[in-house]
Write a protein that binds this ligand. Structure first.
Ligand code: COA
Length: 241
């Protein structure tokens, strides 16, 4: 209980410090309204794999990409422990063919990031991605607290982009929350402007979702799933933090 409280307190302090009062208040209000309504605002980014951004890690970092069963070893447990993701979820991502870049600093696991080749992955509220055959989607990046602010994210991003390029793909895509300046730092440093922005507002009682896109039509990257809306799992494919 105490441990959980101290983790929450650490996250709240980190949010205040790195996201500022405005974004932190917005996120706190969103949590309070969760039983009634929830919203997301994501910037959508695209990386041309012929012009990959240069990593800017300040620490010596070794990044390994894991994908198939043979070479995975203990990586499932490492990801699960670092990110607090149930191992069943980690396994199911690998089982559907996703790849994970895991960063090691001073030989200890320092972060991870995922890449999926799946078309139709859910962003949220029944809105799904359109991912073409020559594309892949980067998602779920995480860096362990003590290694944050050292550009580890950029090294994992580079490793997954190289991995996608080596598989003959032309570009990778990503959604980053508009209220997550820590994650947006990657695109800012690469001077990579968003392709578009998508805003989703979901009203729970009536199960209704308002969708607004800016800079590109909704149908250029997304579709609405015809299936009944299932409440979003905490570890689905999009990056909400
Ligand atoms: C987002 C995240 C992956 C970035 O990883 P990273 O390797 O720390 O990224 P960077 O080194 O580029 O740092 C990004 C920004 O974080 C902030 N930062 C710096 N030191 C930090 C620290 N000790 N702790 C937290 N944030 C810090 C700074 O704003 C920094 O930008 P700057 O270098 O221009 O000052 C990491 O913060 C994280 O795991 N966050 C929680 C999960 C999450 O939000 N995932 C992304 C979903 S879209």
């Amino acid at each position: 209980m105490n441990n959980q409280f101290s983790k929450r307190w650490q996250s709240a302090r980190e949010a205040l410090r790195w996201r500022g009062l405005l974004f932190s208040s917005l996120l706190a209000t969103r949590e309070m309204l969760r039983p009634v309504m929830y919203w997301h605002a994501w910037h959508i980014f695209q990386t041309d794999l012929e012009r990959m951004p240069t990593p800017y890690a300040k620490e010596k970092v070794d990044v390994k990409v894991f994908c198939n069963k043979e070479n995975r070893g203990s990586v499932e447990a490492q990801i699960s422990l670092m990110g607090g993701i149930p191992s069943a979820e980690v396994n199911s991502r690998f089982d559907r063919g996703d790849a994970a870049a895991v960063a090691y600093v001073q030989s200890e696991p320092a972060g991870f990031m995922w890449l999926t080749f799946t078309d139709g992955a859910e962003l949220a509220f029944g809105v799904t991605w359109i991912v073409h055959a020559d594309e892949a989607l980067r998602y779920g990046s995480f860096v362990v607290h003590k290694w944050r602010g050292l550009g580890i994210h950029s090294a994992m991003n580079r490793a997954l982009n190289e991995y996608a390029r080596d598989r003959g793909l032309a570009r990778t895509l990503a959604s980053i929350s508009a209220v997550n300046p820590q994650s947006l730092n990657l695109a800012k440093r690469a001077r990579n402007p968003p392709l578009m922005t998508i805003i989703l507002v979901h009203i729970r009682g009536v199960n209704w979702t308002y969708i607004k896109t800016i800079d590109a039509p909704f149908s250029s990257r997304f579709a609405r799933s015809a299936t009944k809306l299932i409440p979003r799992k905490p570890y689905s494919i999009s990056d909400e933090m």
